[in-house]
Design a protein around this ligand. Structure first.
Ligand code: XBP
Ligand code: MG
Length: 254
């Protein structure tokens, strides 16, 4: 039986990568006097690297003006990431970001239906806190029975560890939960933890290939374009009843 929805953050609750994190990274490069900037296309490539600080280090391999010595690179990446998190918080507070279509309604309906809600993100806690306090108000934490951020697991998505940490905190079996994701890396992490996953594609992953997901669609605020039939009427959104139906299809698989 479905007991919990485990929500990814970036790309799932809100479209934060292009309009939030990328903006913040480039402002950090400028503020720290670093000569390079990331384009939207380059950032899309770098999203294969989980974690902003790791992304910075990975990119330095292709930046001729990056420091040569590994220790210097570590120091620079740490400084840039600190600055980037400050700029991300500014972007989050600026109302430039909002919850994706259908997400507020689904969160409210799930809470009222007695489902536990969890967060499972590869983002740093400070970025999750800045984003959700801006999008859901200062009481945002009360919505969630568990919040797993980058600091809470050793391994990052697509490893299943972040989702396993959330299941352990909720004392749930994998088949009692449903993961909500936006990216192949995030969906793979849920599957690695044995959790069925529904994908609402985000802008960077609108054409990405996914496998072994319960349902894949464009957004929760409509029933068109989903990979599985929906019972909901044509003019409505994806709700808890639909998620429960899809989840019931998963049990023989997981
Ligand atoms: C998103 C990420 C994060 C963000 C940047 O994770 O991979 O690295 O892109 O945030 P998820 P940080 O989709 O699981 O929320 O700079 O804090 O890493
Ligand atoms: Mg994501």
């Amino acid at each position: 039986m479905l007991s919990a929805l485990l929500w990814d953050v970036d790309g799932t609750l809100a479209e934060t990568e292009r309009s939030g994190h990328l903006v913040a990274f480039n402002r950090a490069f400028s503020a720290c006097g670093v000569p390079w900037r990331w384009t939207e296309a380059r950032y899309g490539e770098l999203l294969d690297v989980p974690g902003g600080r790791e992304r910075l280090l990975h990119d330095m391999d292709s930046q001729p003006q990056a420091p040569a010595h590994p220790t210097e690179r570590q120091v620079l990446a740490q400084m840039l990431h600190e600055a980037k998190c400050e700029f991300f918080a500014q972007v989050a507070r600026s109302a430039a970001l909002q919850l994706r279509g259908g997400v507020p309604e689904l969160l409210l309906e799930a809470a009222r239906a007695g489902l536990k809600l969890g967060i499972v993100s590869t983002s740093s806690r400070r970025n999750v806190e800045a984003l959700l306090s801006s999008l859901m108000g200062s009481e945002w934490r009360q919505w969630f029975a568990v919040v797993v951020c980058a600091e809470d697991s050793v391994r990052r998505k697509p490893d299943g560890e972040p989702y396993k940490v959330a299941l352990a905190a909720l004392r749930l079996h994998a088949w009692e939960a449903l993961a909500i994701e936006d990216s192949p890396r995030g969906a793979a992490a849920a599957r690695a933890a044995g959790i069925p996953v529904v994908v609402a594609r985000s802008e960077y992953f609108s054409n990405a290939a996914f496998d072994n997901c319960l349902a894949i669609g464009p957004s929760f605020n409509g029933v068109d374009g989903w990979s599985r039939p929906t019972q909901a009427p044509q003019d409505s959104r994806i709700g808890v009843a639909q998620l429960r139906t899809w989840h019931s299809l998963a049990l023989p698989v997981y």
